[in-house]
Design a protein around this ligand. Sequence first.
Ligand code: FES
Ligand SMILES: [Fe+2]
Length: 401
Amino acid sequence: MTTPDNIATSSSTSPHGAADPSMRDSAALPNQAYVEHSEWLKERDLVIAKTWAGLGFSRDISQPGSVYPVVFMGLPLVMVRDQHGQARVFHNVCRHRGMQLVAESGDAGLTIRCPYHKWGYDLSGHLKTTPNIGGMGVHQVDGFDCAEHALTAVRCEESMGVVFINLSGTAPALSEHLAPLLSRWHELAGPAFDQRLSADTSESGSMELVLKANYKLAVENYCESYHLPFVHPDLNTYSPLDAHYNLTVDPLASGQGTRVYDLSRGDSEPLPLFPDWDGDRLKTAEYLSLYPNVLLGIQADHFFVILLMSEAVDQTRERLQFLYADIAATDEAYRSRRESLHAAWSIVFAEDISVVEGMQRGRSSPAFDGGLFTPLMDVPTHHFHQWFLSRLEKNTTRAVR
Ligand code: FES
Ligand SMILES: [Fe+2]
């Protein structure tokens, strides 16, 4: 576990924490991990499938009957809110002739109906109706048992307003997987803040960007604060680089934090705060890349999540949702405060596009194949590469055996 404020424990005097000279000789991911389609599919099946990945937001399926199709690294999936309020994920393919079941998000009512021959599945994925299967007007036939043809489920759980999936079905429970991160933030934001965020279905702000880059470059850029003064000069005025610290949460996340995030951001007053936020750390804010594809930001008055939806080896859709510390922040009285917050973050995230896409272009060069990890500023990025490489190696070895 980390210390509350800073993972670093050496005698380094840098506010960022400890330098790690051994990183100089450490392996980084080669170019092919960012540019080759076959590597992208291998990564999906050997690395991402074995852990928990972000698929969508709890808000995408806000009501029983809500359906939301997602193509996840080439796999057609659909998120569903069942009649008991539980999130479910299925492969978005009809068991009959393989038609894509759900093409658009919306309310399916009690039945997900295939557009082709109108087979109907309930919200738990059970096949319930097979119109005309025995000839016109005959809806059953000998030798065919609906109970044998339910939709193929994908393991899913919710936390922090995100629907996570574990494609292999073999990872530890999500709460166990996230425990090192959640226990850290429970100390900061109060117990069960993550459950409250999952239950928040209010419309409180979102944005979407498409990056012409591999999703890992967005993870890596989010890991580090090194670029702050050069790429985000305005952010650096209310959250300056010299107050940042490196942050690694073993084994699942890394990033950075700051001790002087100005909650009012130049305005008169902040939004309502998390009720149990640590009063001694009102200006603490932390930004973690939760591997493989979820970026999280926590401040005393708001939280945001960015899902990195990898659409191709060199294209990523960033979906961002704001979640507020207190539901009262969604009141009309706070509209202008929310708008100024959204505007400030919109600038920051737009500023990152050119550097992330520039790194992608650089990965077509034979003069680069992994690059350098500097011993202080790149500690969180190095942590991500170590996570990735260790899992790729472990699961490749298993696959070969
Ligand atoms: S393909 Fe779905 S009902 Fe035939
Ligand atoms: Fe940035």
